[in-house]
Design a protein around this ligand. Structure first.
Ligand code: HEC
Length: 119
C-alpha cells in the first residue's frame, strides 16, 4: 500500500475526506455549503423557493417533478452562468450570473445537489 492510499483510508476512518473524494453517505458537505452560501437565500435550503426573496420574485419549486423534468442539466448550467433577469406574472425575477464565481465542477456538484430536492 502506498502512503497516499494509506492516508486516504486513515482519513476515511476519521470521517474526513481529502478534496475530490465524495462521501458515500450523502451530498458533499462543500457543495451543501456552497448552496447555503450562494443559493439558499433565494431558493431556500430545500430548493422550494419559500424564502422572503423567493416569494417576492415568484421563484419556482425545484423539488417539483415538473421542475426537475423541465430543467435539464444543460439548462441549469446555462441559467447559473448567465443569471436571470425578466418579468414574469408581474414579478421582477433577478438572479446574478455566477459564471466567474463558480468553477465548472462546482456547478456540476450543485446540479447533483439540486437533483436531491425531489419530493
Ligand atoms: C438573488 C436571489 C437568487 C440567488 C442568490 C440565486 N438565484 Fe437562482 N433564481 C432566482 C430567480 C429570481 C430565478 C427565476 C425564477 C425561477 O425560475 O424560479 C432563479 C432561477 C434559477 C434557476 C432556473 C432558471 C430559470 O430560467 O428559471 C436555476 C437552475 C437557479 N436559479 C439556480 C441557482 C443556483 C445554483 C444558485 C446558487 C449558485 C442560485 N440560483 C442563486 C434567484 C436567485
Amino acid at each position: 500500500m502506498t502512503m497516499r492510499i494509506r492516508l486516504v483510508f486513515a482519513l476515511a476512518a476519521l470521517g474526513t475526506f481529502p478534496p475530490g473524494i465524495a462521501r458515500a453517505d450523502g451530498p458533499d458537505p462543500r457543495t451543501v455549503r456552497t448552496w447555503k452560501a450562494k443559493c439558499s437565500a433565494c431558493h431556500g435550503e430545500d430548493g422550494k423557493g419559500q424564502t422572503e426573496q423567493g416569494k417576492k420574485m415568484g421563484i419556482g419549486d425545484m423539488s417539483a417533478s415538473a421542475w426537475q423534468k423541465d430543467f435539464t442539466d444543460a439548462k441549469i448550467t446555462d441559467a447559473v452562468a448567465k443569471g436571470v433577469k425578466r418579468e414574469k406574472n408581474g414579478k421582477h425575477q433577478e438572479m446574478d450570473p455566477f459564471a466567474g464565481a463558480l468553477k465548472p465542477d462546482q456547478v456540476t456538484a450543485l446540479i447533483g445537489y439540486i437533483r436531491t430536492f425531489t419530493k
